[in-house]
Design a protein around this ligand. Structure first.
Ligand code: ARG
Length: 298
């Protein structure tokens, strides 16, 4: 039976009540050989068609990969494909999962934009090689779901945070909740600049998250506040210009963050995290940064 929660009054569990989930030990990234800005499907891409410096982009991507290599996760590289400039944002095409008996499963996305739909079967190949069981949403019932761009695991727990409104329809979460047997806390996204949940919310470890409150409605803010002991608020300018909420913390300790998010960096260090700064300016032109340039898996 599915459980999708949209307001605090529907919360009938605390973090302690939730079963543990193994933390992912693998990560894959897609080499940005074909990355560019060729079309506009989010406000950050406006004015950036043809403006990507490809050599710089490759160097930046390599430095992001090397920063991730400092955490204790196994890194895999997937090749990109011609005419799929956004495939590098490999948080978007899938949502992997591990069951309590160690079974590894993945729900493949239904990309919102026609431009990105062909990325999904290419990413699916990686999961099949790894021995995952794959699931597909019924596209007759669900129009869109953009994987771990919108659906974020609560670190170490069988709980999913699900953004909806721009790239994902809330109906996708019934199927996901049912398939993975986990509750989903659904958060409505209201601002086109924050079109994916990973642009305004980042789970760092079991008790700590980064967020930009301005991207959520009151229900969303209350839900986030009721599940985390420590919330690090990102200032608006850093959320918008440095995509500071699109940071990533693969091992619960090391945070990889876009350069120039000074205030966020300081707050993270004060909260006990190690921070590595990277430059992702070429990818920011496409509306993406650190978090969405990788996928965590098992
Ligand atoms: N240009 C890409 C798009 O609009 C960027 C995706 C970034 N991904 C993310 N999870 N925020 O689809």
């Amino acid at each position: 039976m599915s459980k999708v929660i949209t307001s605090k009054s529907q919360l009938d569990f605390t973090l302690q009540d939730l079963a543990p989930m193994d933390k992912p030990g693998k990560m894959f990234l897609v080499r940005p050989t074909y990355f560019t800005v060729d079309y506009v499907i989010n406000p950050h891409m406006e004015g950036n068609i043809g403006k990507v410096d490809k050599i710089k982009a490759m160097q930046q991507w390599e430095s992001v990969r090397d920063a991730f290599a400092q955490s204790a996760v196994e890194i895999h590289e997937v090749q990109g494909a011609p005419k799929l400039p956004d495939m590098v944002f490999c948080a978007n095409q899938s949502l992997p999962f591990i069951g309590d008996n160690g079974n590894r499963e993945v729900i493949m996305s239904i990309m919102n934009s026609e431009h990105r739909k062909r990325e999904v079967p290419l990413i699916e190949e990686w999961y099949l090689e790894q021995g995952y069981q794959t699931h597909h949403l019924n596209y007759k019932q669900i129009s869109n779901f953009e994987g771990a761009g919108d659906a974020l695991w609560h670190s170490g727990k069988r709980l999913l945070w699900g953004g909806y409104g721009f790239r994902t329809s809330i109906g996708a979460y019934d199927f996901i909740s049912d398939t993975y047997k986990v509750p989903v806390i659904a958060l409505k996204l209201n601002h086109p600049e924050f079109y994916h949940l990973d642009t305004c919310f980042c789970v760092l470890n079991e008790t700590t998250a980064l967020y930009y409150p301005g991207a959520f409605d009151q229900d969303g803010i209350e839900l986030i506040r009721s599940m985390f002991e420590t919330l690090i608020e990102v200032p608006e300018s850093e959320a918008l210009n440095q995509f500071a909420c699109n940071a990533a913390c693969p091992d619960g300790k090391l945070v990889v963050l876009q350069q120039g998010a000074t205030e966020t960096n300081k707050k993270l260090r004060e909260a006990g995290f190690d921070v590595v700064e990277v430059e992702t300016s070429e990818f920011l032109k496409s509306g993406g940064s650190v978090f969405c340039m990788k996928m965590m898996a098992w």
